[in-house]
Design a protein around this ligand. Structure first.
Ligand code: GAR
Length: 216
């Protein structure tokens, strides 16, 4: 597919995954165009990264709204003004309403710092260590109404080392996030990745429950 794929990125924090995505679009042959970055926090460093790259930004404070539905409706308005083909959650630390998720069904991706379905929610590195796991990693998935659920697209698996702390593990997982998220976004932009009723399809083939697995 040669057409450009406009993407809107949502984030709440540092935006290192946004940076990886920005860097991946600078290769010249990338079909991905980041049309805008939107945050629920005006002070998110990710917004600065976007501005530095000349990308449009918006911020929308969830505290200014009465309830999740009202905020999500306003967020949909902001996003759809950019008419994106894909919406990318990159550390967007909000639980999304069912209406929001349905609105973007099949064109909403998330990255999570664990080997889903393990360790949904927060403190994933700590929890993997406490459980004595020998492997840990990160997952890209299509978003459904289940928190940190939805068909998996790709997982990167790394070994847990004996001397690992939550911080050292987080650092190595983060490095993998920066590889697999741009890859998955590119697959989508190239028209190779889609969501079907059976699960995620890559090149018209149903992916395994774990998604495409990458081991280091
Ligand atoms: C990433 O580790 C991402 O996996 C996680 O937030 C971090 C954002 O980092 N997302 C979740 O936990 C979603 N449930 P970044 O701002 O440096 O990209």
């Amino acid at each position: 597919m040669s057409a450009t794929c406009d993407v809107v990125v949502l984030l709440s924090g540092t935006g290192s995954n946004l940076q990886a995505l920005i860097d991946s679009t600078r290769t010249g042959d990338s079909p991905v165009r980041i049309a805008a970055v939107i945050s629920n926090r005006a002070d998110a460093y990710g917004l600065q990264r976007a501005r530095d790259a000349g990308i449009d930004t918006r911020s929308l404070d969830h505290k200014a709204f009465e309830g999740r539905e009202a905020f999500d409706a306003a967020l949909i308005e902001r996003i759809d003004a950019f008419n994106p083909k894909l919406v990318v959650l990159a550390g967007f630390m909000r639980i999304l309403s069912a209406g929001f998720v349905r609105h973007y069904q099949g064109r909403l991706l998330n990255i999570h710092p664990s080997l889903l379905p393990k360790y949904k929610g927060l403190h994933t590195h700590q929890r993997a260590l406490e459980a004595g796991d020998t492997e840990h990693g990160c997952s890209v998935h299509f978003v459904t109404e289940e928190l940190d659920g939805g068909p998996l697209v790709v997982q990167a698996v790394i070994p847990v080392e004996l001397q690992d702390s939550p911080q050292s593990l987080a650092q190595r997982v983060h490095a993998q996030e920066h590889l697999i998220y741009p890859m998955a976004v590119r697959w989508f932009a190239e028209g190779r990745l889609s969501l079907s009723e059976q699960g995620a399809l890559l090149d018209d083939t149903l992916l395994a429950a774990s998604g495409h697995l990458i081991r280091t």
